[in-house]
Design a protein around this ligand. Structure first.
Ligand code: GLY
Ligand code: MN
Length: 384
């Protein structure tokens, strides 16, 4: 195992990028005008972060025609001052009888929704129970359901977001470089997953984008296998799927390697996935539907006789969440646009034997896609 030095130039967490947030808010307000509503209550924390810069675990945003408000509780009093400069900040410090930390009570007390405003809300995240409470609390508001309004705008990345994604991907590539030293017979899936998590933070990440997948031998036939106590054995395929989280943004990388020896069958299946992925990446460009990228991968795998073994979608958008729109899948009508970042990750999974997936993070441009990852994938890595 290599002795690792932490990066000396580890940056402080990104501060609020006020200009970027102003532009995002302008775009949301244009959408709201098109919908014929006066404002919006944003309760999904990822969307709260996208619009305000707030990185904590409890908060909501209320956009009104002439003002914008941020609500949280006393844990975030200081943090909100730093991160949310563009909003009127309302902090519940628990000093009253109200349901402590419930920002809706604060909206009520301030009378912010006492008029007859038409207010959009995120219907895809609000429970029926919560909605019923709002309706009885704010009897004059005309509520309008919206779904994926902020997510649709967030598909196209601004320069700050791209910089954060590039950094998350860079760390992820470095982790793959390091973990190769540990991929040998006898290594245990669960320990390799723990080491990936360690390496992500050690090499500058803020944490995992999602729980790492380390799946070997027949376990690799399960696309989302949980790491087990299984040891790597000669002749195993090992699927490694992980990503660093950095500056709020998520990278997502999959590589498949073989342990000590590879048969013709290993090479045949690996080459089929590699070529499908090459075709998928080559298909990426602005102004095509995401389903066209899926078709490029799927059609090739089908011609190779493994169509039934490609059991998932080809990819997804990346951003503050690891799975965001657009969806690169059969029938997806999502349109790819300049400066989106998407994954291309075809796979073949053979029951009782093993599987292969290869995944890169691709920046969409007007004339094609540019992989942000540089981790080696060709030829098949035989390690140990
Ligand atoms: N890398 C995990 C997934 O995309 O589902
Ligand atoms: Mn993925």
């Amino acid at each position: 195992m290599t002795a690792l030095q932490p990066r000396p130039d580890k940056q402080a967490p990104q501060q609020s990028t006020t200009q970027a947030h102003k532009k995002r808010l302008d775009r949301v307000r244009c959408e709201l005008a098109d919908m014929g509503v006066d404002g919006m209550l944003v309760t999904n924390l990822t969307n709260v972060r996208y619009l305000s810069g707030f990185t904590g675990s409890a908060g909501l945003v209320l956009l009104l025609p002439d003002s914008q408000h941020f609500f949280s509780d006393g844990r975030y009093k200081e943090q909100a001052r730093i991160e949310v400069p563009d909003f009127q900040i309302h902090i519940d410090t628990g000093g009253t009888n109200r349901n402590a930390g419930n920002p809706i009570s604060q909206i009520d007390e301030l009378g912010l929704l006492a008029g007859g405003d038409r207010i959009a809300f995120e219907a895809d995240y609000v429970s029926v129970d919560t909605f019923n409470t709002w309706r009885s609390m704010f009897g004059t508001v005309q509520w309008t359901e919206s779904t994926q309004l902020v997510e649709q705008l967030a598909m196209v990345k601004d320069p700050d977001e791209l910089a954060a994604l590039v950094e998350a991907v860079r760390i992820t590539d470095n982790v793959f470089e390091e973990i190769q030293n540990d991929l040998k017979p006898g290594a245990v899936e669960r320990e390799l997953a723990a080491r990936i998590t360690f390496l992500i933070r050690h090499l500058g990440g803020d944490g995992d984008s999602f729980d790492p997948i380390v799946a070997s031998g027949r376990n690799s036939a399960m696309p989302h296998a949980q790491p087990t106590d299984k040891q790597l054995e000669p002749g195993d395929f090992v699927v490694l799927d992980f990503g660093a989280h950095s500056g709020g943004y998520c990278a997502d990388l999959t590589r498949t390697v073989c342990i000590t020896t590879a048969t013709d069958k290993h090479h045949e299946i690996y080459q089929a996935v590699l070529e499908a992925q090459r075709l998928g990446i080559a298909a990426v460009e602005a102004n095509i539907t995401a389903s066209q990228v899926d078709a490029a991968c799927r059609d090739y795998i089908t011609t190779q006789g493994y169509g039934e073994q490609f059991v998932h979608a080809t990819g997804h958008g990346l951003g503050l969440q690891v799975h965001t729109p657009p969806r690169l899948a059969k029938g997806s009508l999502d349109l790819l646009k300049d400066t989106m970042v998407v994954t291309v990750e075809p796979g073949i999974y053979i029951h009782g034997w093993g599987g292969v997936r290869i995944e890169d993070d691709i920046l969409v441009g007007p004339n094609g896609g540019t992989p942000l990852n540089h981790s080696k994938k060709e030829p098949l890595l035989v390690l140990g």
